[in-house]
Write a protein that binds this ligand. Structure first.
Ligand code: PXP
Length: 236
């Protein structure tokens, strides 16, 4: 299981003062030196955290893997095709949400998502669809020639009882198995932290986890290098 760090929160802190520090690009480079497998950023339509400058600089400097989270929006697609991340992860986007709050509804948006995948593929960018662990969405992702799915782990992370968490893990296991059978790569993310990763890492066949909040929050106290390495040790 590879571990990619989402550095959006560093940009949120920078933008709170409209100044230049802390710089998400510096954070990404420290994380790479600490042994991370890749960097995730979300270029939002409203640019509330990551900016185009960040995307372009990170493309120049990141040596591991750059995963650009994005909406299926014409302007953002153009930037993605120009910049060329290794992976583009399509996510739903609403201005008022605090974070990406749910998976893509692939089935009701087939033409838009299919065209977006085609445009990104033409620029030689692999495409991942951020979805709930739902078999119908996975079938649709495979039919549309997506390369990866990213399973939304929010329900697992927010489970209030062990039984609820166990049930969701079973749902995720079945989803991973189904996606793998269809030839899809499988990533996962949202709400994973230093506690729940100990259970989550037992799910077989997950290619990558994308973690932001927990690691950046820990980094405030111990620094990015230490926070990243603690998570790497837990993932094993
Ligand atoms: N994956 C996707 C698609 C996301 O939108 C987010 C949230 O930025 C994450 C993973 C990481 O979630 P968290 O910040 O809760 O670790």
């Amino acid at each position: 299981m590879r571990f990619l760090l989402n550095v959006d929160h560093i940009a949120t802190l920078r933008n709170a003062r409209g100044e230049e520090q802390p710089d998400p690009v510096t954070a990404a480079l420290i994380a790479e030196q600490a042994g991370i497998d890749g960097i995730v950023i979300h270029l939002r339509e409203d640019r509330r955290h990551i900016t185009e400058r960040d995307v372009r600089l990170l493309r120049e400097l990141v040596k591991t893997k750059l995963d650009l989270e994005m909406a299926a929006d014409e302007e953002i697609i153009k930037i993605a095709c120009d910049v060329g991340p290794e992976l583009a992860t399509l996510v739903p986007e609403r201005r008022e949400e605090l974070t990406t709050e749910g998976g893509l509804n692939v089935i009701d948006n087939i033409p838009l998502i299919k065209n977006t995948i085609e445009e990104l593929h033409n620029a030689e960018i692999d495409v991942s669809l951020f979805i709930e662990p739902d078999l119908k969405n996975i079938d649709a992702a495979a039919e549309m020639d997506a390369d990866f799915i990213e399973i939304h782990t929010g329900v697992f992370a927010n489970a209030e009882t062990e039984a609820e968490q166990f049930d969701e893990l079973e749902t995720i296991r079945a989803a991973v198995k189904h996606a793998k059978k269809l030839g899809l790569g499988v990533n996962a993310g949202h709400g994973l932290n230093y506690q729940n990763i100990k259970i989550f890492r037992e799910v077989p066949d997950i290619d990558e986890v994308s973690i932001g909040q927990a690691v950046i929050a820990r980094a405030v106290f111990v620094g990015i290098k230490e926070a990243v390495q603690e998570m790497i040790r837990l993932i094993g």
